[in-house]
Write a protein that binds this ligand. Structure first.
Ligand code: 1HN
Length: 357
């Protein structure tokens, strides 16, 4: 074979040199200097046309995990856990990495009546999406946010947060964090603080941002808007807004609302994006293939999703992992279903490479 045979039509090498093609004494000499040749690894780092994906299309059934979460409540007192969480680990990444997708951590957190998960703040950004129970609350920077099923509560990077439970029965929520990315950057750490509960006020953003299209007038004159003006997004409002959107949306189009910063209309957090979808019964929904990975939590209803050829049948409380670039079809059965989506599109957009196809 001559050199030209080894080139593809674009003039790039069909195959690149391997480490074994180099003289051993050369490899030893550069390795001794903590130096490595790029070309044996180049196609692995930059595969042609589609990234290498270890993430599996996968589903965690709530009814499978829930008994073990409740058992954790008996086995481990809150002061031995601080956060009593079972982490949803994508099998494509094993149990050590604690990731659902390469950039998204999710866990199921349990808090029991009278317990407090003490105040801290950290560099990763977190959100809570409430699954069951009444009487839980999260205090974020002095705003005490009640946690009703379906509510979304933001705890942005470096914001103080603590959880408590003033009701009866277990309270469970889904935590979603950008932790994998922050940890990879060697930027993940926490600071512990004194309880906020005593001086906390109600979640004022509920009164400031009651309706889309209406802002506190003073906001217009403010050069510096608050970075995180709305901390809690009550499910009651989101569900109603989805119903209204459905009434003006063609059956084959998505009924999906993004959780945004009401002052800017931009995604409410810089790294992860959140949306709620009303999935119409009996209607296949196939969104465009996206470069973003995502996690989907079933708020209500039942159905199935086909993710890169893997069919996952879901019901209320279940959580699914969707790899980057996946081909996806969702289908609700019986009646309309409601899905909560977490994705890393804001991060990908900020870095300039988000795509959909
Ligand atoms: C965290 O701070 C919470 O505040 C939950 O409830 C889960 C997982 C990793 C790192 C920090 C919480 C977390 C976490």
């Amino acid at each position: 074979m001559n050199a030209t045979d080894a080139l593809n039509p674009l003039g790039h090498a069909a195959s690149l040199g391997r480490l074994e093609d180099l003289p051993p004494e050369y490899v030893r000499a550069i390795h001794d200097l903590s130096v490595a040749p790029l070309w044996p690894q180049l196609r692995g780092l930059l595969p042609r046309h589609q990234p290498v994906r270890h993430t599996q299309p996968f589903m965690w059934r709530y009814q499978d995990v829930r008994p073990h979460l409740l058992r954790a409540g008996e086995l481990t007192p809150i002061d031995k856990a601080e956060r009593r969480v079972l982490v949803l680990c994508n099998p494509g990444h094993g149990l050590d990495k604690l990731v659902a997708t390469p950039s998204i951590y999710v866990g199921l957190q349990l808090i029991l009546p009278g317990e407090v998960a003490p105040n801290h703040r950290h560099t990763p950004t977190a959100v809570r999406f409430v699954i069951e129970g009444e009487g839980g609350y999260t205090t974020v920077n002095g705003e005490k946010c009640p946690m009703h099923p379906g509510d979304l509560i933001l705890t942005p990077a470096l914001n103080w947060h603590e959880h408590g439970h003033e009701g009866s029965g277990p309270v469970v929520w889904l935590d979603a964090l950008d932790l994998p990315f922050i940890y990879q950057m060697e930027a993940s750490y926490a600071i512990e603080g004194p309880p906020q509960a005593a001086g906390a006020g109600p979640d004022a953003s509920q009164n400031r941002y009651l309706r889309a299209g209406l802002l506190p007038y003073a906001s217009l004159g403010q050069a510096l808007r608050p970075q995180y003006p709305q901390i809690r997004f009550p499910w009651q409002d989101v569900r109603q807004a989805l119903g209204a959107l459905a009434s003006v949306t063609a059956r084959d189009e998505a009924v999906q609302l993004a959780y945004v910063n009401p002052e800017t209309g931009r995604p409410c957090l810089p790294t992860l994006g959140f949306s709620a979808q009303q999935l119409r019964a009996g209607q296949d929904f196939s969104p465009r293939r996206r470069s973003a990975s995502s996690v989907i939590h079933v708020i209500e209803g039942r159905g199935e999703s086909e993710i890169d050829g893997v069919t996952l049948k879901w019901t209320q409380g279940d959580t699914l992992a969707v790899p980057t670039h996946a081909q996806v079809t969702h289908r609700a059965t019986g009646r309309d279903a409601y899905l909560f989506h977490v994705d890393d599109a804001p991060m990908q957009r900020a870095l300039g490479f988000y795509e959909d196809f």
